[in-house]
Design a protein around this ligand. Structure first.
Ligand SMILES: [Zn+2]
Length: 262
């Protein structure tokens, strides 16, 4: 659910090689890695295994703003928001999806975000889109969130998706502030770290959002698949560190190491 399209475009052939040479130069402890076909999951260990002690986490170890003030609305508030969803879904079926309807749906989403206290500090825009061609409930491009019709399941689900996306916006903003630019290979790692966080936040917030058991299970299965991805890209030690609550430290080290690349 709520997969993110970060707008990535595969780089030209040869990018991997250059990058790897780069990484090996600045991080002699790095593991070599064999680039596999694009889109395959596990591609062998990459680099940046558990800390060598040379890179210290600094200002990039921040908690997720998206859930800092998350709250469980009263059941009457949830009922009202549910009714609002039902109303726009009916309109969605009965009339052309015009700008007026798009704005109505956008208002419902904003009302939900407000009622649940989803943090949007790092989000520069939260828009509804009438587009039908996305397989995602929402997408985050940099710090801008776009949500689609499929998000309109129930209020808590919307809150869960938006808090997930908001966490991506925060991390993208932090990366931007660090002045780091991702390459094809490092984007895989960055994406896996963000998706793990987003899914974990959804799971941890379940009591407040009231997502269903089924939705929670889906988030859990996504979380687990991102953990496997992290293990494939960064090694088992890093996976274990993250499983033990070390995500912020891993991310901080990752950004620090990207910054120190010549
Ligand atoms: Zn995501």
């Amino acid at each position: 659910m709520a997969l993110t399209n970060s707008g990535r475009t595969p780089g030209p052939a040869g990018t991997f090689r250059d990058l790897e040479a780069d990484i090996m130069f600045s991080h002699p402890e790095a593991h070599p890695r064999l680039p596999g076909p694009s889109g395959t999951g596990a591609r062998g260990p990459l680099f940046l295994g558990e800390g060598s002690g040379s890179a210290q986490p600094s200002g990039y170890s921040s908690k997720a703003d998206a859930v800092a003030n998350l709250t469980k609305p009263s059941s009457s508030a949830v009922q009202q928001l549910s009714a609002a969803i039902t109303t726009v879904l009916k309109l969605n079926k009965n009339k052309t999806k015009d700008e007026a309807l798009r704005l109505k749906k956008e208002k419902v989403v904003h009302d939900i975000v407000k009622a649940y206290g989803v943090g949007l500090t790092h989000v520069t825009g939260l828009e509804f889109s009438n587009r039908n061609d996305s397989s995602n409930h929402a997408e985050t491009l940099g710090t801008f969130i776009i949500v689609f019709d499929s998000v309109l399941v129930h209020p808590g689900f919307v809150a869960s998706v938006i808090l997930h996306e908001s966490s991506h916006a925060q991390r993208n903003a932090e990366l931007d502030n660090a002045g780091v630019r991702l390459s094809f290979a490092t984007e895989d790692i960055w994406s896996a770290l963000k998706e793990f966080e987003g899914a974990q936040l959804e799971i941890d917030s379940a009591a407040k959002t009231g997502i269903t058991e089924k939705e929670k299970k889906e988030a859990t299965s996504l979380r687990n698949s991102h953990l496997s991805e992290i293990e494939a890209l960064m090694g088992k030690k890093t996976r274990t560190e993250i499983e033990n609550g070390g995500l912020d430290a891993v991310r901080a080290r990752f950004i620090q190491q990207l910054k120190s690349r010549p």
